[in-house]
Design a protein around this ligand. Structure first.
Ligand SMILES: Nc1ncnc2c1ncn2[C@@H]1O[C@H](COP(=O)(O)OP(=O)(O)O)[C@@H](O)[C@H]1O
Ligand SMILES: [Mg+2]
Length: 247
């Protein structure tokens, strides 16, 4: 579990006529065992926020601190595509991001492959797996370093609806079992409502516009009327701020 503090975060790309404000004075605190979704239309700064949180990008102004019990926290990252090394086996892809290759580390990697139901695929190469399986490997790889916080950028958006649904369920079980802080970017309101304790809505220009608590019990079934109501409410907020075309 991590504590994230974002203060006066501002990010611009380019200069002159090409200048783009990707994040506009964002202030935010995220703490503990929470699943926070970041939603908004394409281009409103979601990936930029995640990239700055995970240290891939530097801010133009402002600061980010991510701590675990007062120490710098360890972060894991899951991208839109699994980004596996094709010439390494599944197990070697997990071992590649570890600090050692001890038996204990191998067992831990195997444990997370088991959790994503790929325990029997450790010796396969990524090219021998489906897209959904590869994304599962990416998730197992992120969990296998046992980070305090997991940053996920639209991890299921390239997958078919049924695979995405089963991966959401798996991810959520892993989140509940491991007690991590998860920051999850999506442009999919339904996905955000089903998974999160809290939804941050970004609008064009990189403004954090709404911070919505989601207190319904888990697991959330999309056929549950309370869940449907919550989705309708978030969609209404989106329409109000013009953040997203409703799907
Ligand atoms: N490396 C970059 N160089 C220039 N502009 C960028 C770069 N990364 C993002 N942007 C711009 O910043 C804005 C926010 O992008 P992004 O964070 O990727 O949005 P989202 O993930 O919400 O779709 C967009 O206008 C995008 O074109
Ligand atoms: Mg993005």
């Amino acid at each position: 579990m991590a504590d994230i503090k974002v203060e006066n975060l501002h990010k611009e790309f380019g200069a002159g006529a090409d200048r783009v404000v990707a994040l506009n004075d964002v202030n935010l605190e995220i703490g503990g065992h929470v699943f926070v979704s970041v939603v908004g239309a394409s281009g409103c700064g979601k990936s930029t926020l995640l990239n700055i949180l995970s240290g891939i990008e530097t801010p133009t102004n402002g600061s980010v601190t991510i701590t675990q019990a007062g120490h710098p926290a360890r972060a894991g990252y899951v991208f839109q595509a699994a980004r596996l090394l094709p010439w390494r086996t599944v197990m070697d892809n997990l071992l590649f991001v570890q600090t050692d290759r001890s038996e204990e580390t191998r067992r831990r990697c195997q444990h997370y492959l088991d959790m994503v139901q790929l325990g029997d695929k450790a010796k396969k190469y990524p090219g021998e797996l489906s897209g959904g399986m590869q994304q599962r490997v990416g998730i197992a790889r992120a969990f296998s370093t046992e980070p305090d916080v997991l940053f996920m950028d639209e991890p299921f958006s390239h997958l078919d609806a049924i695979t995405a649904r089963s991966l959401r369920t798996e991810l959520h079980q892993m989140w509940q079992e491991t007690g991590k802080t998860v920051v999850f970017v999506t442009h999919d309101v339904s996905e955000a409502v089903e998974l999160s304790n809290r939804i941050l809505v970004f609008a064009k220009g990189g403004h954090l516009t709404e911070d919505i608590p989601m207190n319904l019990p888990f697991p959330r079934d999309s056929s549950d009327p309370d869940v449907a109501l919550a989705k309708a409410e978030v969609f209404r907020i989106f329409e109000k701020i013009g953040a997203l075309a409703v799907r």
